[in-house]
Design a binder for this molecule. Structure first.
Ligand code: DGY
Length: 329
């Protein structure tokens, strides 16, 4: 039941922290009978002001979901639907302390994000930024045989750091490019990966062998700053570095240095520090960097899928049913 017994019968309230959440899911929530509150823009002050008395919180935001937010909501808050795969911005300890359930949106974005992992690998490997600038600067060169040559994907070695849903889907796509080897590293070897011929190696072996290194790990205390100066030194000089996870996984000054000194060939980044990236940022002035504004999951189908999954989880959490994709149990 979505009705709770207070002095008088009262509908459960769900606060949505972002006015741009796909309307399909909001409508369905209303049809189920919830009282929906939406903040006008993704704004912490407005969220704090509208939170008191909320039972469910639809967190479509990269803002920190912490003690201050939970205290402002009050003890009736029972369920949080985080509308992203990553939940590095959520204080899980604070949720557990209060017995609040939480879900995220894994898997529904695997295809869209894996597409961008491949897109960035190819774009950075084939010098897309620099090539485009050549046209704009009237420096297009015809008939010079090795002008603007980039990296081959065929017969290359792909190294995936973190073979979760996104890493796995990325690997599957690369198989279609006739690569030589797909290596991966992480906490443990995966049986399904071995069956597909993907090889589990340690980080050093992966960096030493890979022509494309793709980071697909969540941001945690363990992975923060994981791709540091020593990491880039271990990569091949022709190698392309791709990050579709979270910016802080990378020591960005160390990456910029590796790109400038030719320690690595190029980088393709959907995530960086900070976000949004200021338009005069150094990364945008580098010929061997392809940057996207954190849009890997931005397809219509994927974004609707993330909203519907969040809606389903919120409803299940608020009506005592098991969550489809719990962050913790
Ligand atoms: C995710 O779902 O984690 C994407 O990066 C969007 O925030």
């Amino acid at each position: 039941s979505i009705w709770i017994q207070t002095a008088k019968m009262e509908k459960l309230t769900v606060l949505i922290t972002n006015p741009t959440v796909p309307i399909v899911a909001i409508k369905e929530m209303e049809e189920k009978g919830y009282n929906i509150k939406i903040v006008n823009k993704e704004d912490r002050a407005e969220i704090l002001q509208k939170l008191p008395g909320t039972h469910g919180l639809w967190w479509a935001s990269q803002l920190k979901l912490d003690k201050e937010i939970l205290d402002a909501a009050g003890p009736q808050l029972k369920m949080i639907g985080v509308m992203s795969a990553g939940y590095n911005h959520v204080s899980l300890d604070e949720l557990k302390k209060r017995g609040i359930k939480a879900s995220n949106t894994p898997n529904v974005l695997n295809d869209a994000v894996a597409d961008v992992a491949v897109l960035l690998s190819l774009a950075a490997g084939r010098r897309m930024t620099e090539a485009r600038w050549a046209i704009e600067n009237n420096q297009w060169v015809n008939n010079e045989w090795k002008w603007m040559v980039g990296q081959d994907v065929r017969n290359s070695t792909i190294g995936i750091i973190g073979l979760g849903g996104i890493g796995f889907t990325t690997a599957r796509r690369f198989k279609g490019f006739d690569v030589k080897d797909i290596l991966y590293t992480g906490h443990k070897e995966k049986k399904e990966a071995a069956e597909l011929g993907y090889k589990f190696v340690d980080l050093d072996a992966l960096l030493a062998a890979s022509d494309f290194v793709i980071v697909a790990v969540p941001l945690t205390a363990e992975t923060q700053g994981f791709c540091d100066a020593a990491f880039f030194k271990k990569m091949k000089k022709n190698a392309v570095f791709v990050n579709i996870s979270r910016g802080p996984v990378v020591d960005q000054p160390a990456l910029i240095n590796a790109l400038k000194t030719g320690e690595i060939f190029a980088a393709g980044l959907d995530v960086m520090t900070p976000e949004p990236l200021p338009p005069d940022h150094e990364l945008l002035k580098m010929p061997n960097v392809v940057v996207l504004p954190h849009i890997a999951s931005a397809t219509n189908h994927t974004r609707d899928g993330m909203a519907i999954l969040t809606m389903q989880n919120l409803h299940r959490g608020l009506t005592g049913q098991p969550l489809l994709t719990p962050i913790f149990v």
